[in-house]
Design a protein around this ligand. Sequence first.
Ligand code: ATP
Length: 377
Amino acid sequence: MSIKVAEIQRRNNFVDYPSLHELGDDAKMCDAIEKGKRLIDRSIPILILGETGTGKEYLSRALHAYSARRTATCVTVNCASIPDSLAESELFGYCRGAFSGALPGGMKGKVQQADGGTLFLDEIGDMPFALQTRLLRVLSEREVIPLGAAQPVPVDLHLISATHQNLHELVAAGRFREDLYYRIAGGVLRLPALRERTDLRPLIMQMLRDELPPHRTPEQSISAQALDLLLRYRWPGNLRQMHAVIRFACAVMNGLQIQVNDLPEELIPVVTSDQSVGLRGLAQSTFSPSAKQPDSVNAQTGSLRYDERARVLDALNNSRWNISAASRQLGMCRASLYRKLRQLEIPHVRDQTKFVQGQAVIFPLGCIASNQPEYAT
Ligand SMILES: Nc1ncnc2c1ncn2[C@@H]1O[C@H](COP(=O)(O)OP(=O)(O)OP(=O)(O)O)[C@@H](O)[C@H]1O
C-alpha cells in the first residue's frame, strides 16, 4: 500500500475497521448485519445485544465503516470502565478552569469528539443513573453542555449502543431509564452466541488467514483432529475466546500444521485414570459431541446424532477398528460405514494418535464410551 493511501486511511480512521463481509455467513448474523445496514442508512439509533465476546463492538465498527459517516471518527466509550467521578467530564468534556486539576485548555468530551461520526456506547447497561439523564438530554436536544460552559454545543452523531445485559429487567428494577431505552433502541440487533452459529469453519479459516504468513493456506495449516476439536467446542467466551485460541495455536505451533497439542489445555480431551475420556480444566458441557453445535432448536437432532456417534464408536472400539467387523456389528456394509464416519466427522483411528505419558495411545475423538488405548505405535 502506498504511503499516501496509508496516510489517507489513517487520517480517515479506516485502519482497524473490519468490513461487514468479514463478520460471517451464519443466517442470524447475516440478518443482524442486513438490518444494521438499513438502520444506519436512516440514522436510527442501534442497540446491539449479545453475550460477551459475540462481536458487538466489531459489528459497530464495521457498520460505521459502511455508513455515510465513515470518513469521520467512531468514538468508543466503555460505560462499565469509566469511574463515576470521571464519567461526566469524559463524556461531556469541560471548559477552562471548570474545576481544580482540570487541563488548562479544557477538554472535549467523547460526545463532542464523535461529532460528524459515530458514538459507540459499550456496556450501556452499566451507565450510572445520573449520567443517563444527561445523555438523554444530549440525544433529544442534539447538543452538549460541557462542565463549566455557559452555552450548549451542537453535536451531530449516529449512536450505537451495546450490552450483554437485559435492559428490560434493568428498567423494571429502576436501574435504567425507560425513556433512555426507547431513545437508544431505535433498532435492536441480536447477535448469536458462537455455539449457535453454523459458520464456525469459515470463521476459523478467516482467523487463521489473519494470523498466518500470507503464503500459508489456512486449510492446510491445521490438522483434521485439531480442527475437529475447535468445531465441537462450546466456546463460552465466544469470538473473543476463539480469536485468542487461534492466536495461541499459531504462535506455539512447531511445524506446518497446528496439532491438538498446540491448542490450549482446556480444549484438549485427555485419557483419565479410569480410561474414559475426560476434559482438562472445563466442564464436559463445553464440548458438544457433534460437529454442528446443537442449540435449543436442534437439541433433539443433536442428541440423536450423539447416540448414533456413540453407537458407531462403540462398534469400532469393540472390533479394534476393524471396519468389516464393525460394519457387520452395525448391520451395514463397509461403504455405508465409511460414509457414516464422514457424516459424523469421526476421523480414522490412525489419525487420532496422541502421546500420553510418553506413549502413543489412541483415543477416539467422539469423547464417548470407555476407551482402551487401541494400540501403541
Ligand atoms: N468477525 C470476527 N472475526 C475475527 N475476530 C473477531 C470477530 N468478531 C470479534 N472478534 C474478536 O473477538 C473480540 C471480541 O469482540 P468484541 O469486542 O466486538 O465483542 P463484544 O461482544 O463487544 O464483547 P463485550 O461484550 O465483552 O464488550 C475482538 O477483539 C476480536 O478479537
